[in-house]
Design a protein around this ligand. Structure first.
Ligand code: S3P
Length: 171
């Protein structure tokens, strides 16, 4: 598949901990196309971490930057684009992604997501008394949005990053 021509950017959506960045990098490498990541683009432009942006400027500010960055990255040469877990909740962003890209929901259950995010407590939205409960609530609230992706790749705890990349490529 290396050198296969992508006609549209493949956008990986889904919860934090689903593996969007790790799997996206792998898929991009297999295809020989650019990898982009909305969180990374925001952090680079702001010269601050996602947590610092949330603390200093608030979540709404972050969401506006996120929508702008995604709109811009969708105009670049086709590649793989991983977006933050909240990005696909915005109707305008979903519409843009549907128009200019192909979306894949990396679907994972709560157990798998929690096992991944608990090991890396960097997400500002999970700085709560009950991070697991918060994660469960976000998963439930967000599932109807993620379900609007064009394709679904199911994550499984026994799959490696390479296995998941293959699942995305099959889709
Ligand atoms: C968020 C997910 C994070 C980051 C921010 C908000 C979310 O990205 O954009 O912390 O709302 O789910 P990842 O999904 O890459 O962790």
């Amino acid at each position: 598949v290396f050198g296969m021509k992508l006609h549209k950017t493949v956008v990986l959506v889904g919860m934090m901990g689903a593996g969007k960045t790790a799997i996206g990098k792998h898929v991009a490498q297999v295809l020989g196309v650019p990898f982009r990541d909305s969180d990374e683009a925001i952090v680079t432009a702001a010269q601050m971490s996602v947590t610092e942006i949330f603390e200093r400027d608030g979540e709404a500010f972050f969401r506006d930057r996120e929508a702008e960055v995604i709109a811009r990255l969708l105009q670049a040469t086709p590649g793989i684009l991983s977006v933050g877990g909240g990005a696909f909740l915005r109707a305008e962003t979903r519409a843009r992604v549907h128009e200019d890209g192909v979306s894949v929901w990396l679907r994972a259950d709560l157990e798998l997501l929690w096992s991944r995010v608990r090991a890396k407590p960097t997400r500002p939205l999970l700085q709560t008394e009950d991070p697991r409960g918060t994660l469960a609530r976000l998963l439930e609230e967000r599932t109807p949005c993620y379900a609007q992706a064009d394709l679904i790749a199911d994550a499984d705890p026994t799959y490696s990053i390479a296995d998941m990349a293959q699942a995305v490529l099959r889709e």
